[in-house]
Design a protein around this ligand. Structure first.
Ligand code: OGA
Ligand code: MN
Length: 282
């Protein structure tokens, strides 16, 4: 297995490995160490099916079950697809496209859960033929490290309130049901957390933050947005250009991500598994 960094601050590519096969303990330990260090791992040329993806993902921990029927392919796989059953690109005003747009704002997956996600594993099943649909990543550990000390002191003890109903609500009709939203009440997490994989401090902000405990709603949200902007300054962003059959996994505890514009004529299908966190954020 070969590990090659992709960007000065985040991401590495892993080659000479076959994720469709059962990985031995040493190989898995190597992947886990790279994951904890680089936050984003790209595995080119991995044509796997859903069962193989679920098996690989489950090596990292218990999997989250899908919450939103609009995007679910099976209980453990989100199918992020912009085409209909006949293979035609969905129109711009379709609820499924609106659902996908939630991923176009900087966020970290499942931050709206009591126990947020540890990792997401995304497999490119069909990528735009011409252009678009890159996925962008930024490190919240580097975001924290580069904050001036007085700013860090101000953030001490502050709690973000993450609420899926807020972030999905920005996009109109998405196909997410009221029952699904009712099952996801607001979740409170500190704005600064310790990354369990490295022991390092990290910001923990997300497009799912609706407000900050103890601050007026608008002021709190502006603070969260300012911290997201800080982490995602141009030179800190790694832009991943997908290749067919590629798998990319990221660390939701310390990395932000978003999908870049997908042209309306381009077809794109990605399958995602999600590894659940192992406890509340500390
Ligand atoms: C996700 C996500 C980005 C993409 O699957 O959680 O944000 O590029 N996806 O599809
Ligand atoms: Mn996401």
């Amino acid at each position: 297995m070969q590990v090659t960094p992709l960007h000065p601050h985040i991401g590495a590519e892993i080659t000479d490995i076959d994720l469709a096969r059962e990985l031995d303990e040493d190989t898995f330990a190597g992947i886990l160490a790279a994951f904890n260090r680089y936050s984003v791992l790209a595995f080119p040329d991995q044509p796997i099916d859903d069962d193989q993806q679920v098996r690989f993902s489950a090596r990292f921990g218990k999997l989250e079950k899908t919450s939103f029927a609009v995007g679910a392919n099976n209980p453990y796989i989100y199918q992020l697809s912009n085409i209909d059953d006949a293979g035609k690109v969905l129109p711009p005003d379709s609820s499924k496209r609106n659902f996908l747009l939630v991923n176009a704002r900087w966020h970290t997956d499942s931050s709206f859960r009591e126990i947020p996600a540890l990792a997401s594993i995304l497999s490119a099943r069909l990528i735009p033929a011409k252009e678009g649909g890159n996925t962008e990543f930024a490190s919240m550990r580097v975001g924290y490290q580069t904050l001036p000390q007085d700013r860090r002191d101000q953030l001490k003890g502050l709690i973000g309130i993450h609420h899926y109903a807020y972030s999905v609500g920005l996009f109109g009709e998405t196909g997410v049901t009221q029952k699904e939203l009712d099952a996801l009440p607001p979740a409170s997490h500190p704005l600064v957390r310790t990354h369990p994989g490295s022991g390092e401090p990290s910001l923990y902000v997300s497009g799912h933050i609706r407000m900050i405990e103890g601050l007026p709603e608008k002021e709190g949200r502006e603070l969260a947005e300012e911290l997201v902007s800080w982490c995602t300054r141009e030179e800190f962003v790694y832009r991943h250009v997908w290749r067919p059959n590629e798998i990319v996994m990221w660390d939701n505890r310390c990395a932000l991500h978003r999908v870049a514009h997908v042209p309306l004529t381009e077809r794109r299908i990605m399958h995602r598994t999600t590894v659940a966190g192992d406890g509340p954020v500390s």
